[in-house]
Design a protein around this ligand. Structure first.
Ligand code: NAI
Length: 464
């Protein structure tokens, strides 16, 4: 079966880049990305391709090449579903904020709404692909809804979790370590559906990197991958605290450990803590699933990864307060970076939000500079925590468009995102314009200690 029309529901950080690359690599397939968020779709369609809603290196070029050729963005969800042979569901699956499983389980209401809409609209057989990260066995629920509320058309459900990392999304999509496709491989129809998706990726991914499994393994592999990645960060962060007490240097430890080929060097960088929309929510989801099967030791094991991460963010903020003579009340502190990592404008679960909140509770005055994050986003992130009124956040947090505006007259500077440009700042100028003693807190191990101390900074870096 050859796929001619793809629809993707959800034009976010995953749906947008993923479909742009599929469209670029498969010019004979029509790809329509739909979303209920009109503003987001309008931005994807913006004449100036630099205004697309998601910043990722290389993405605007891909969109430029494929848009209006075989890549379309639309709010007309029904007609895209109707036309498609294959429908990707790439909607958000946040942590539940209400009811049973509040604060842990994945909220599947957006997924269910998609399933019901697909069932209502479809008049021909469809392959439905779970692209969103979902609890293991969600495909069963999808199938149930599709089969029982639909128009008697046949559905095959595949799981095709996305492993891209924000900041390197286009590269990861073009050269993936592997593409995982789970399907009902015990039936001929299931096999055929899996093959249809394999054929799409085979346009640019070599066959040995296309991994096919049963649906449940595929769903669980995504949660496992994120849990393992986050676990490495929490493990090295746990060591960073011990390094600070013992005279060891976490970078040296990490290098020595990472050169062991059994361990490997990636994801062993100590920092103020991991963020991003996925790690925390997916681990909480794993913890919830484990608990629901009565696997309390498994649940506790993975929950510790989150607890360590929360500790690391708090510890960094507390270190600032403690170092500034135990009070930051009324002091100006410059935060460099708000995105959860460099090369993205995504701020979801960014460590910066929590560090800022902690410092605001201590009555600090914050000035934030981030090269890609807009002021409204920063205020929205703080407002979402509900720690103080929206006016309170606006009164005490200033967002500026130049780094030196943030650092001038500040008591302390904290680096919270590892943007390359922070390495290149004129640190002498920063120092000269700050109040003294000039404190510099490196939450990302981005800056070189020797040169900063030589300038005169009181320098603190996580893990040494
Ligand atoms: P996002 O929040 O950026 O995008 C989701 C989009 O779906 C939103 O624009 C929303 O308006 C739209 N949507 C929700 N319900 C809809 C409906 N019924 N009809 C049409 N549109 C609807 O989320 P993001 O980051 O793209 O994540 C999507 C999924 O991919 C999540 O399950 C996430 O866990 C997973 N994922 C995310 C990664 C990331 O780096 N952000 C990486 C790998 C997986």
């Amino acid at each position: 079966m050859k796929i001619k029309n793809i629809c993707c529901i959800g034009a976010g950080y995953v749906g947008g880049p993923t479909m742009a690359v599929i469209a670029q690599k498969c010019p004979e397939i029509n790809v329509t990305v739909v979303d209920i968020n009109e503003q987001r779709i309008a931005a994807w369609n913006d004449e100036d391709v630099e205004n697309i809603p998601i910043y990722e290196p290389g993405l605007s070029e891909v969109v430029k090449e494929a848009r209006d050729r075989n890549l379309f963005f639309s709010t007309d969800v029904d007609s895209a579903i109707d036309k498609a042979d294959m429908i990707f569901i790439s909607v958000n699956t946040p942590t539940k904020t209400y009811g049973i499983g509040k604060g842990m389980a994945a909220d599947l209401k957006y997924i269910e709404l998609c399933a019901r809409q697909i069932a209502r609209v479809s008049k021909s057989d469809k392959i439905v692909v779970e692209k969103s990260t979902l609890p293991v066995r969600t495909a069963e629920a999808l199938k149930n809804i599709l089969d029982n509320t639909g128009n008697n058309v046949n559905y095959q459900i595949l799981s095709n979790p996305e492993f891209l990392a924000e900041g390197t999304a286009v590269d990861d999509l073009v050269n993936p370590d592997r593409v995982l496709i789970g399907g009902d491989i015990d039936t001929p129809e299931g096999k055929e559906a899996v093959e249809a998706l394999v054929d799409v990726y085979a346009h640019w991914v070599s066959r040995e990197r296309l991994l096919t499994t049963n649906v449940w393994s595929s769903e669980l592999s995504k949660l496992t991958a994120n849990a393992f990645l986050a676990q490495r960060v929490s493990s090295i962060n746990a060591m960073s605290e011990l390094c600070e007490k013992t005279g060891a240097d976490v970078n040296e430890v990490s290098k020595a450990v990472g050169m062991d080929s059994r361990i490997g060097s990636k994801f062993l960088k100590s920092s103020v803590g991991f963020g991003g929309s996925c790690f925390q929510k997916d681990i909480l989801n794993l913890v919830y699933i484990s608990k629901s099967f009565g696997l309390h030791e498994v649940a506790d094991y993975w929950e510790q990864v989150i607890l360590m991460n929360d500790h690391q963010k708090r510890r960094f903020a507390a270190k600032i307060v403690q170092t500034l003579f135990n009070t930051v009340s009324g002091k100006k502190i410059a935060l460099l970076g708000w995105a959860f990592k460099k090369d993205t404008n995504d701020t979801r679960e960014s460590a910066a939000i929590y560090v800022a909140d902690y410092l605001l509770n201590e009555q600090a005055e914050l000035v934030v500079y981030d090269p890609k994050v807009k002021a409204e986003q920063i205020y929205a992130d703080l407002d979402y925590l509900n720690s103080r009124s929206s006016e309170g956040n606006r009164a005490r947090v200033k967002v500026v468009s130049k780094p030196y505006e943030a650092t001038k007259d500040s008591h302390a500077v904290a680096v919270l995102t590892e943007w390359d440009e922070f390495k290149e700042l004129d640190w002498q100028k920063v120092y000269d314009e700050m109040l003294k003693p000039a404190f510099l807190f490196d939450g990302r191990r981005l800056l070189e200690r020797e040169t900063k101390e030589a300038i005169g900074f009181e320098f603190y870096a996580i893990g040494s």
